[in-house]
Design a binder for this molecule. Structure first.
Ligand SMILES: *[C@@H]1O[C@H](CO)[C@@H](O)[C@H](O)[C@H]1NC(C)=O
Ligand SMILES: *[C@@H]1O[C@H](CO)[C@@H](O)[C@H](O)[C@H]1NC(C)=O
Ligand SMILES: *[C@@H]1O[C@H](CO)[C@@H](O)[C@H](O)[C@H]1NC(C)=O
Ligand SMILES: *[C@@H]1O[C@H](CO)[C@@H](O)[C@H](O)[C@H]1NC(C)=O
Ligand SMILES: *[C@@H]1O[C@H](CO)[C@@H](O)[C@H](O)[C@H]1NC(C)=O
Ligand SMILES: *[C@@H]1O[C@H](CO)[C@@H](O)[C@H](O)[C@H]1NC(C)=O
Ligand SMILES: *[C@@H]1O[C@H](CO)[C@@H](O)[C@H](O)[C@H]1NC(C)=O
Ligand SMILES: *[C@@H]1O[C@H](CO)[C@@H](O)[C@H](O)[C@H]1NC(C)=O
Ligand SMILES: CC(=O)N[C@H]1CO[C@H](CO)[C@@H](O)[C@@H]1O
Length: 835
């Protein structure tokens, strides 16, 4: 017997180091039984197999969990529906190669139930991926020819781990891939499960019993098109937590979850409340972070707005009927019961003799409805005509990878998914579309009148280019501090620029300074464009912001704005050194900040150590002064609109400098115009009124400042914070602690020092005042600074903050995330602050 044991150690030498410990065993064989409370650890020490009891339960289960000292995160349970009631259970491998959980009376409570060709020997081991694997061997003479006869990866419980593989098939019966626990203390099969649909395109569905609860939308080879921020590798955070990739194995398409660093322990799990979340181990806070989850907002719930209804999470009410439809039951609809949906107002004309053709209304960035039908081999125009000519086709959509999708039944589970989703084209009778045509006519009229102006500008630029060569990068003539009135145009003479201290650089110079914008000089990327490090001929280090094309401004307008912004000078604002505009290219040149941005310090456990309490206070105060200057002291009265930790840069002495101010002016044009514009903000830092309604004011910056302040003091990021069950945001958590009189727990241990605790708590208090839900309750920046400096001693009690629940899952990704998956959330602003 001893010989056989030694033999298996030889062929699969897992856990050798553990064998030296007297009690540990490394594998299960017919002669080596696992007895409660013994455990097995995988060779890489990441996983542990053994007996456990869930919280608040005395039942014992055999399971696999992450081998972490503090937190037990169970990823697989064997006897989930047949618990052991005492601590005398065993896990054994029968001679026929079946794993069995037995109680003290030798009753088999669970078995792996394999029928397989007789093998002479078998062994069960815990792999480095966290799979319990049973291998069989035809004889002990051929140790290398073991075959896997059973593995827990093929029978997952409620978690998906890296390297698990799922066959992409929809035509089998409903496949329940994962089954949630019943409650946090009972791993037996609960209400919720995850599976695939039985018909149509492959998608993932969370089932609540037999009813669909959430669906992912069809898989297009890269992403599920009904999800936001899923499968980017990053979710809402800055570390790559892995993604699903499609592979073909033995002619079968399959999905494999891979790509994350194993130290992140990234995995998916469905909670007993029916939420699928991608979780990762954040070692800096010794807790699990969430990089993505679904359902994430009320519109993710399947069919929330009924048939032909459409859901928008940040509007009120959330449900509306698709255009051309009206509520079936107006009374119910008014009461907020949307389940009966909407009905068509005017019959479609298709097929009626002598009628006008129907048309399509484009709904952009949507979660497309359930039950799509696929027509392959069409381009988008062919897709449109295929739908138009078939009277039963009610809508179509085109995804470049899936190609043409059409719908013929009732449209259900439609939601606004911006900035994700695809465009959905809804078939409507011409008479319903006519409103749109009127709008188009107006637009056309204004375009025609606008064309004259554009032509004039083009002519002007052309003239100038003839005389000057490169258009807007003009030779600079520095002038003495001008006496010009503040709002006078900066460009006086078309050939000379009167911009004090502002360099205008040529594109070629900047290309040279940044090695042709080489990737290794990339400092960051975000919604406005990429930032590159560069070195000018004279050795000066600079940061070059290459603006994305989204800026609709002409070169001259751009230079005017830049010139204005360059006059904003304050020790807590990043200094704008120059600019460049040539053709399509527009660039801003800033002083280079060697210590990068605040977030790189706050959320990196090593660098965090260099921020002691004094430095933290200094940063908070500096940001506050910078913002006060923008709001009050500068003559431009700038509202930043995208203040966040990654926009606060640190100089060599770790003094804070706000960057990216005035970008809204550059991108939005003249803010005096009360027109609809697209501006950029970052969820997590945006105030509720800005995120939901697009209203912005100084008080929305105050909100963002409050979030930054609380992040600095807590060392935690507002966005990827997730408190186990209650899914509170950092603000929600802070508020909870505040109400429980426990706010000290929020302070990052690395800066918590008893003598200054009162000051630190005061800081948090001010932070909470800044993030109050209603803008009118928030103090202005001048009051904030008086509060921080204790000029005002009596602080009012804060009211609840906005965004207590973590409902927005997007985030900034200035540094690692590419443009496409980045943070930038376009919000349509319809009302503008008076300036
Ligand atoms: C365990 O029970 C206590 C008291 O009923 C409860 O407060 C706690 O939330 C429970 N824990 C879990 C994980 O269910
Ligand atoms: C359980 O089985 C073992 C041998 O596998 C035997 O020694 C023991 O007596 C049995 N116990 C009971 C209660 O049958
Ligand atoms: C094993 O088979 C038995 C009898 O067919 C069944 O009751 C039991 O649920 C099966 N167990 C597993 C884990 O499939
Ligand atoms: C064991 O496998 C090797 C190749 O993997 C094969 O050449 C050999 O014939 C096998 N031996 C037996 C006994 O099946
Ligand atoms: C995984 O992360 C660790 C620690 O962060 C790092 O040392 C290691 O190089 C990483 N591995 C890979 C493959 O990126
Ligand atoms: C909503 O209306 C449906 C009938 O259309 C009804 O069955 C359901 O109970 C209502 N739900 C609520 C919460 O009132
Ligand atoms: C029209 O669409 C329906 C539903 O998709 C389909 O069953 C039918 O075959 C189509 N008719 C034609 C002529 O393509
Ligand atoms: C800031 O708020 C205080 C108190 O509400 C008020 O007295 C002060 O005028 C405000 N300052 C500015 C610049 O609006
Ligand atoms: C804490 C930290 O990294 N400080 C650095 C900031 O930048 C200066 C100049 O590069 C360095 O000398 C500091 O060490």
């Amino acid at each position: 017997m001893i010989q056989i044991y030694a033999f298996f150690l030889y062929i699969l030498p897992l856990g050798l180091e553990l064998c030296s410990a007297a009690t540990a065993i490394s594998s299960i064989t017919p002669t080596q039984i696992l007895k409660d409370p013994e455990t097995i650890v995988s060779k890489n020490s990441l996983f542990r197999l053994g007996f456990f009891s869930p919280a608040n339960s005395t039942n014992r289960y055999v399971g696999i969990w992450y081998n972490l000292p503090s937190v037990k995160e169970v990823i697989w349970v064997a006897n989930r529906n047949s618990p052991l009631t005492d601590s005398n259970g065993v896990l054994r491998l029968s001679v026929d190669g079946n794993l069995q959980v037995e109680n003290s009376r030798n009753v088999t409570l669970w078995s792996s139930n394999v029928t397989h060709p007789a093998t002479k020997f078998s062994v069960a081991q815990l792999s480095d991926f966290g799979s319990l694997v049973v291998q069989g061997f035809p004889s002990n003479a051929t140790p290398e020819n073991g075959t896997i006869i059973w593995q827990s990866f093929e029978h997952p419980a409620d978690s998906v781990l890296p390297n698990m593989r799922f066959i992409l098939t929809s035509n089998s019966d409903l496949r329940r891939v994962l089954q949630a626990w019943k409650s946090s203390s009972d791993p037996s099969n609960g209400r919720f499960s995850i599976g695939t649909n039985s018909l149509g395109l492959f998608q993932i569905i969370i089932w609540d019993g037999d009813r669909p609860h959430w669906r992912s939308g069809p898989w297009n080879g890269n992403i599920f098109i009904g999800t936001r921020y899923h499968n980017t590798g990053y979710g809402n955070i800055l570390v790559n937590t892995g993604s699903f990739t499609q592979e073909t194995v033995g002619g079968m398409l399959s999905l494999v979850f891979a790509g994350a660093n194993e130290t992140l322990m990234s995995h998916y799990a469905i909670t007993y409340q029916g939420i699928i979340a991608q979780r990762w181990w954040d070692d800096s806070i010794k807790n699990w972070g969430i990089s993505w989850k679904a359902p994430d907002n009320v519109c993710d719930i399947y069919g929330k707005c009924g048939e032909f209804g459409s859901c928008r999470p940040y509007s009120s009410p959330i449900c509306s009927c698709l255009k051309g439809f009206e509520p079936k039951n107006k009374e119910e609809w008014k009461r907020g019961n949307w389940s009966s949906g909407c009905a068509r107002r005017k019959q479609l004309q298709c097929g009626l003799p002598g009628s006008k053709q129907d048309g399509f209304l484009r709904l952009s960035m949507m979660k497309v409805p359930e039950n799509a039908e696929l027509i392959t081999g069409l381009n988008i125009d062919q897709c449109r005509s295929a739908c138009l000519t078939n009277c039963s086709c009610l809508a179509y959509a085109y995804d470049t990878q899936i190609t043409c999708l059409t719908w013929s039944g009732n449209l259900i589970d439609v939601a606004d998914l911006s900035p994700g989703g695809v465009d959905l084209y809804l078939r409507l009778a011409q008479s319903e579309l006519s409103n749109n045509i009127n709008i188009k006519a107006i637009v056309a009229a204004s375009v025609i009148s606008g064309t004259a102006a554009v032509a004039a500008i083009i002519w002007f630029l052309w003239r100038r280019s003839k005389s000057k060569g490169k258009v807007p990068c003009l030779p600079i003539k520095r002038v003495e501090r001008s006496q010009a009135t503040p709002n006078a145009h900066v460009f006086r003479d078309k050939s000379q620029v009167m911009i004090e201290d502002l360099q205008i650089l040529e594109f070629d110079k900047l290309a040279e300074a940044t090695d042709s914008f080489h990737e290794y000089n990339l400092l960051g990327a975000g919604g406005f464009g990429q930032v590159y490090k560069g070195k000018l001929e004279d050795g000066q280090e600079i940061a070059v912001k290459r603006l994305s094309r989204a800026s609709g401004q002409g070169a001259e307008e751009f230079m005017n704005e830049v010139a204005l912004i360059s006059k904003l000078q304050h020790r807590n604002l990043v200094k704008l050194l120059g600019c460049c505009a040539e053709g399509e290219e527009k660039m801003l040149i800033y002083e280079f900040m060697p210590n990068k941005s605040l977030d790189t310090f706050l959320f990196d456990p090593e660098k965090r150590k260099s921020l002691d309490l004094q430095k933290c206070f200094n940063i908070i105060e500096g940001v506050c002064r910078g913002l006060l200057y923008l709001h009050r002291d500068s003559r431009l009265k700038i509202i930043h609109r995208d203040l966040k930790a990654s926009n606060i840069l640190l100089d060599k002495d770790l003094n804070p400098k706000i960057s990216d101010f005035g970008m809204a002016r550059i991108f939005g044009g003249n803010q005096d115009q009360a027109s609809t514009q697209r501006v950029v903000g970052t969820y997590g830092y945006m105030s509720p009124e800005y995120a939901m309604e697009g209203h912005f004011s100084e008080k929305s910056d105050v909100f963002s400042f409050g979030v930054v302040l609380i992040e600095i003091v807590s060392g935690k990021k507002n966005n990827n914070y997730w408190y186990q069950e209650d899914s509170l945001s950092l603000l929600g958590y802070a508020w909870k602690l505040w109400r429980e009189d426990n706010i000290i727990l929020l302070i990052d241990p690395s800066i918590n020092s008893a003598p200054f605790q009162a000051e630190t708590v005061r800081c948090i208090h001010v932070g909470l005042l800044c993030v109050q839900e209603l803008a009118k309750d928030r103090p202005n920046m001048s009051t904030v600074i008086s509060m921080l400096l204790s000029d005002i001693t009596e602080l009012p009690n804060p009211k609840p903050p906005g965004f207590v629940q973590r409902q927005l899952s997007s985030d900034t990704g200035s540094y690692q995330i590419t443009e496409q998956t980045s943070s930038t959330n376009y919000v349509t602003v319809t009302s503008l602050a008076a300036r």
